[in-house]
Ligand binder design. Structure first.
Ligand code: NAI
Ligand code: MG
Length: 366
């Protein structure tokens, strides 16, 4: 088999970190066991400069037919004045929408070698490995009505609406249970059923879906308590499933448990195709285009490389290959190879390409 991968490097450090993933793709291809068909295309500001749109219909078609999309980052001061609906970020929003990416997976893994960089003490995070599964296309960020109205007395009233349907909760719950099955078999479902109707339904539907996964342990947890527990004792969690708003907050908290933005990968998954069984998927680092360091070869490529490892694992089913990449990354970190963002003050640092080359050398050695 060969796997069709669309790489959309984007802007700023996007192309720099994507270049290091291309080295890994070439390494696997040279090894001869796995074949990738890689296409590259423009997105964000780069696409806008070329076509006047942050993503063209042709690129969108390629994304729809790819087995997985690997996305760098978009945006930067160059496009600050661009009209709202064609700004670079609109390219990513269209991808998410047209690919139907409703499940956002954000792992928080704390490599022992980086435990000092965490916001918490080493003993709380050393060996941490959890995933937050955030519902991405529903909830209060999208619910209607969503408006600011001026009342008769001149006061203003702002309204956002939290809406979830049974179907939306069921499909995100299934993603979480399936994922837990391949991990430590534990799901924590976070909502606020004590004060929100969406929380009541969320709790009900997740419990119902759980009946199909008797091998997975389910715990219901109030979202505020979940935030507290993440800081108090994060290693108690395996998979946390939650809605769009709580997931936004909880995943940022989890991010700081691991140290640096330059280390965080993510995956966004769509519905399973009933015929092929394949899921649409987009993999991207959590960080942005980092204009302050772009073009200098200083960016940490490990979030992007980690995103590629997630694509291997979740889109291509290449579990051994994903394990191999993650082991190589752990070894590189253990050997003290550091870009500036993850280095101790005064410690020696290397650039983007050196990190990618070090990962390749580890792969050769493993
Ligand atoms: P950012 O993530 O680009 O940068 C924040 C800070 O982290 C900067 O100091 C940057 O140098 C550093 N940083 C980020 N990634 C790094 C890496 N791999 N290695 C080393 N250091 C790294 O966020 P910021 O500054 O808020 O946004 C910059 C631009 O990126 C904006 O135009 C924003 O709209 C866009 N952005 C795009 C995203 C995406 O494409 N998904 C997500 C977030 C922001
Ligand atoms: Mg956020």
């Amino acid at each position: 088999t060969s796997y069709n991968l669309l790489i959309l490097p984007g802007d700023g450090i996007g192309p720099e970190v994507a270049g290091e993933v291309e080295k890994l793709v070439a390494w696997f291809s040279n090894r001869g066991t796995v074949r990738f068909e890689v296409e590259k295309d423009l997105v964000g500001g780069a696409a806008y400069d070329a076509s006047g749109l942050p993503i063209t219909d042709e690129t969108m078609q390629r994304a729809l037919s790819a087995d997985a999309v690997l996305f760098g980052a978009v945006g930067g001061p160059k496009w600050d004045g661009v009209a709202y609906d064609v700004r670079p970020e609109a390219g990513l929003l269209r991808l998410r929408k047209d690919l139907g990416l409703f499940a956002n997976l954000r792992p928080a893994i704390c490599y022992p070698a980086l435990a000092e960089a965490s916001a918490l003490k080493r003993e709380y995070v050393d060996g941490l490995n959890l995933v937050i599964v955030r519902e991405l296309t529903g909830g209060v960020y999208f619910g209607e009505p969503k408006e600011v109205v001026t009342l008769e007395n001149g006061e203003k009233r702002a309204v956002d609406t939290q809406i979830y349907t049974t179907h939306e909760i069921e499909r995100i719950a299934r993603v979480a249970f399936e994922l837990a099955r391949r991990r430590q078999g534990r799901v924590a479902s976070a909502e606020k059923r004590n004060v929100m109707k969406t929380g009541v339904l969320w709790h009900q539907v997740v419990s119902e879906v759980h009946k199909d996964y008797p091998d997975v342990a389910l715990e219901h947890i109030l979202a505020d308590n979940c935030g507290m527990q993440l800081v108090r004792n994060p290693k108690q969690f395996d998979v946390i499933v939650t809605d769009n708003l709580f997931g936004d907050l909880l995943s940022d908290v989890a991010a700081m448990l691991t140290g640096s933005l330059g280390m965080l990968p993510s995956a966004s998954l769509g519905a399973e195709d009933l015929v092929t069984g394949k899921r649409r998927a987009l993999y991207e680092p959590v960080h942005g285009s980092a204009p302050d360091i772009a073009g200098q070869g200083l960016a940490n490529p490990l979030a992007m490389i980690g995103s590629f490892a997630m694509a291997l694992r979740y889109s291509f089913g290449l579990v051994q290959e994903a394990d191999l990449v993650e082991k190589a990354v752990a070894n590189v970190l253990a050997a003290g190879v550091r870009t500036k963002d993850i280095a101790a003050p005064g410690a020696p640092t290397v650039g983007t390409a050196e990190v990618g080359d070090a990962v390749i050398r580890e792969l050769d050695a493993l």
